[in-house]
Design a protein around this ligand. Sequence first.
Ligand SMILES: [Zn+2]
Length: 86
Amino acid sequence: MNPPHGTSARYQQHIKDGERACKPCKAAAADYLRKWRKRTGGIHGRASAKARSRALIQLKDLHADEFEALFLDQLRAVDQEREPST
Ligand SMILES: [Zn+2]
């Protein structure tokens, strides 16, 4: 059973299902993040690094093609930084 709309749990469900989150769920997720930042002092720290890393893996799975394209772009950029063409 899905959690009710207007909760950050349902927001996650929207994303997992590949849907665009509805307004109440988006607002709930933003509110949760705002409170979390206030409680924990923001994006620094081990919990945040762990969460960010997990989220990036999920993002990669959800948008595999876009991720691949971005990855190749960055690969080319890094290559050029290493071996500047004259
Ligand atoms: Zn919703």
